[in-house]
Ligand binder design. Structure first.
Ligand code: NAD
Length: 382
């Protein structure tokens, strides 16, 4: 029997609940779809708060080494303090492994609640640039010597007056960073034969960052024979939308949108907004992909107030796992997991977050939901 080693970071807050409910689903799906010829060996790793406790660092070297060695990882949510404290380990992991493409599929399926009248129109994939923009973490607290140095530089050298007690953040977006991201995402869209590509930006206001992102994205898309900005028949159309309008469009006209190419911050905001169209963050999976490593994680955070209550929805983590198996070339395993999730939700078995949006919805525990999915994987005819 072959062993597949998969590093896993269960994460903080609700991370353990979700991991406990999901683990058996992955194991059963691998056994079932490989006829018992493969099994998973989990490699448990720590990062963030737990790593601070056990190793006194946020990202231990053994975690980094294990992920580099396997080139993949499954990751739960990690807590980041707001307004101070340490920087986000989630963001640091993406930068450490240069995971420059974030993929977040947003697809409604029968049984999911939605605020939309026609939710079946929702089938989008958000591509979020994952290493640049304000997420580079280049910022200085207002009133510090560093912030004042920048304020002085802006006044003395650049001729720009900024309130001296301002906090300062820098938003770098490069041509090279945008090009490699767009090349990857458009290549994916062409291979998957998708319907339309939309560049999302706030280039009317931030001309040399978000506006440049738009220009560079169009330029890069021109490298693809199958894509056209001029409406050539038979080619995938590419267009662009200003970010604020985009938030309205995904709600008002979801059928018109398919692949969304977003800079880092806009992609982050838009991911949660689009998740609301298909039941919420509990069902929104994601992948962070680089040239050497890929880390699969749900869109949501650690939802600390629900930690340990066996209550939250593990679907986003389960579907992130399905994306991991697709990435490993085990598409049958990924498909079996997705099918079992869909059957479970269609049968009206759901956690509180979905049940409260459904008429007469009855919530099951996180662990009970996980068991119901395992049963459907076991019963599947793969
Ligand atoms: P959150 O995503 O944890 O929660 C936002 C809302 O979504 C809450 O109402 C929560 O109850 C709900 N929710 C989240 N996960 C759910 C699930 N699995 N099932 C059902 N409902 C779910 O966002 P937050 O409260 O803004 O942040 C909490 C912490 O998570 C912060 O420390 C933040 O930095 C961190 N965070 C981590 C990641 C990550 O690990 N990639 C992403 C976002 C936020």
């Amino acid at each position: 029997m072959d062993t597949i080693r998969i590093p896993v970071i269960a994460g903080d807050g609700t991370g353990e609940d979700i991991w406990n409910a999901s683990r058996e689903i992955f194991e059963e799906a691998v056994l079932k779809t490989t006829g018992g010829s493969k099994r998973i060996e989990w490699v448990p790793l720590v990062a963030g708060l737990k790593a601070l406790d056990s190793h006194n660092v946020l990202l231990p070297q053994e975690t980094v080494d294990a992920i580099l060695d396997s080139t993949i990882a499954l990751k739960g949510p990690l807590t980041t303090p707001v307004g101070g404290g340490f920087r986000s380990v989630n963001v640091y992991l993406r930068q450490r492994f240069d995971l420059y493409v974030c993929i977040r599929p947003i697809r409604w399926f029968r049984g999911l609640p939605s605020p939309l009248v026609n939710p079946e129109a929702v089938d989008m994939v958000i591509f979020r640039e994952n290493t640049e923009d304000l997420y580079r973490g280049i910022e200085w607290k207002g009133g510090t010597a560093e912030a004042r140095t920048v304020v002085d530089f802006l006044r003395d050298v650049m001729g720009v007056e900024v309130d001296p007690d301002s906090g300062i953040g820098i938003k770098p977006m490069s041509r090279a960073g945008t090009e490699r991201f767009v090349r990857w995402a458009v290549g994916w869209a062409v291979k998957a034969n998708r319907r339309v590509i939309t560049i999302v930006h706030k280039g009317n206001i931030m001309k040399y960052t978000e506006g440049a992102f738009r220009e560079w994205a169009y330029e890069t898309a021109r490298e693809f024979d199958d894509v056209s900005a001029e409406g050539v028949q038979g080619k995938i159309p590419i267009n662009d939308r200003i970010a604020d309008n985009m938030f309205m469009q995904v709600i008002a006209r979801p059928a018109d949108y398919d692949i969304l190419l977003c800079p880092n911050l806009n992609g982050d905001y838009l991911s949660d907004a689009c998740a609301a169209l298909i039941g919420g963050l509990g069902v929104a999976p994601g992948a962070n992909i680089g040239d050497d490593v890929a880390v699969f994680e749900p869109t949501h955070g650690s939802a600390p107030k629900y930690a340990g209550l066996d209550m939250v929805n593990p679907t986003s983590f389960i579907l992130s796992g399905a994306m991991l198996f697709d990435h490993m070339g085990m598409v049958e395993t990924g498909t079996a997991i997705r099918r079992a999730v869909e059957e479970t939700i269609r049968a009206g078995i759901m956690t509180y977050d979905l049940a409260r949006q459904v008429r007469d919805g009855r919530a099951v525990k996180c662990s009970e939901y996980g068991k119901a999915v395992v049963e459907r994987v076991s019963a599947s005819g793969v």
